[in-house]
Write a protein that binds this ligand. Structure first.
Ligand SMILES: *Cc1c(COP(=O)(O)O)cnc(C)c1O
Length: 425
């Protein structure tokens, strides 16, 4: 259910009219719905419970890079979430937000020694390792600290997720993961290293997947490896199927999370019954977009309307530095007027003030607007604020969390002085 709906001609987040937020905190501002975040997380957590996997049998590790605001992390942590991080900075955020480091898994191809040390200090659940040199480095760092590191290997199941090439990660030609055929020898290396405990296997094949067939195909390949590993005496405690479930930006119809998890757990249960006397294996998930994507919008104000020869432009105060996805992936975001107007609509490209032709947020949209109107760029909760930059010395947007008819600032708008505070003449 969407928590961004029109009530009496005004677009609301839950029971809060978006123009109240703009009046109080200005624009551009990211606005998130607490109810929506909660529901989207619980879609995973309840499906795990329904399939008999409580605290021990499954763990949802929210992908921090999709939206890393402390208030978002704090909310998800209170709901029981673990976290999938890709940097030491994200680990520090999780801890600052009150998250449990023992529920953190560390993904990514390029972990530094300092990041490994930080994660070992906090005794994270698992390192998702992507190469043999990384195994050696982790072993060394752990040895220098007198600690052991739990590891999972990210394998590349070579299935086509049928999504945008920039967000597809599980094909042979991607930089991510260990090639399927190298998995067993790499596990042998991992098992031979004295400071490493081999505990799991993981994969993540891509993002914005609408169908779960590629994920289930990846699961089958992972299952095959778990069995082969058992045959050589390497017993895994968990399997991690990654994230990747898509959301509706326009007309897309993504698989329901509950249906996907139901099919996944059925396969896992059948396999465990057939090959492992029913002995269970813990299942991890790393969802990002499907939890936060449709829980947020970017609120912006129309500065100017330019009616050109064959194009009309609506120049707004949000730009590619605030929301990179259109410039980076030609992503489509819905655009809604905060106050519904009945006036004549025109077709506009919605563009920002940044000095780049790639600075657009939406193209060819029919909108009835005037300068000063507020627009909501929809489905902007994931990979919006976390990809924002300060290009053109633009301070990043404010962030607001709505709860019913209440709302509060969860990140102040950046001032110019914040942007050059670390610089010297
Ligand atoms: C980005 C990422 C995710 C989250 O992907 P979504 O498509 O947002 O669900 C999960 N795992 C890894 C390793 C990632 O890099």
């Amino acid at each position: 259910m969407s928590h961004f709906t029109y009530v009496n001609g005004k677009l609301h987040a839950e029971q809060t009219a978006l123009d109240r937020i703009a009046a109080k905190f200005g624009t551009p501002t990211y606005v998130y719905s607490r109810a929506s975040l909660t529901e989207n997380f619980l879609a995973y957590a309840s499906a795990c419970q329904m399939h008999g996997r409580g605290q021990q049998g499954a763990l949802v590790c929210y992908s921090v890079k999709s939206n890393s605001n402390l208030a978002v992390l704090n909310l998800l942590s209170k709901l029981g979430s673990g976290f999938d991080i890709v940097s030491g900075g994200e680990l520090e955020r999780v801890i600052a937000a009150g998250g449990d480091a023992k529920k953190v898994i560390f993904s990514g191809v390029g972990k530094s020694r300092d990041e490994m040390r930080l994660a070992l200090t906090h005794d994270i659940l698992c390192f998702n390792v992507e190469s043999i040199p990384e195994l050696h480095r982790l072993n060394e760092v752990a040895a220098s600290m007198g600690k052991r590191a739990r590891v999972s290997l990210r394998v590349n199941p070579d299935v086509d997720p049928k999504t945008h090439p920039y967000i597809s990660t599980g094909l042979k030609e991607n930089k991510f993961g260990i090639a399927f055929e190298d998995a067993i020898p790499t596990y042998r290396v991992a098992a031979s290293l004295p400071q490493l405990d081999v505990t799991g296997i993981d994969c993540h094949i891509g993002s914005q997947l609408l169908d779960d067939a590629p994920l289930l195909e990846a699961l089958d390949k992972v299952i095959e490896l778990v069995d082969q590993l058992q045959d050589i005496g390497i017993n895994l405690h968990h399997l991690d199927i990654g994230g990747g479930i898509g959301i509706t930006y326009d007309q897309e119809l993504p698989v329901a999370v509950g249906d996907y998890l139901s099919r996944l757990f059925t396969r896992i249960d059948n396999w465990r019954a057939a090959r492992h006397n029913g002995k269970s294996i813990t299942v991890l998930f790393e969802p990002g977009r499907s939890i936060v994507g449709n829980a947020g919008v970017l609120l912006t104000e129309v500065h100017y309307l330019k009616h050109g020869g064959n194009k009309n432009f609506a120049v707004v105060d949000a730009a590619m530095n605030d929301l990179m996805r259109p410039a980076m992936y030609e992503a489509w975001h819905g655009v809604k007027t905060v106050n519904e107007r009945t006036a004549q609509a025109k077709v506009y490209d919605v563009v920002g003030p940044v000095c780049e032709s790639g600075d657009w947020l939406a193209r060819d949209r029919s909108l009835a607007i005037e300068p000063g109107d507020l627009l909501a760029i929809m489905s902007a909760g994931a990979y919006g604020m976390t990809m924002a930059s300060n290009y053109n010395t633009r301070g990043r947007a404010a962030e607001v969390l709505v709860d019913g008819d209440q709302f509060r600032l969860i990140r102040k708008r950046e001032k110019s002085s914040d942007l050059f505070a670390l610089e010297n003449i």
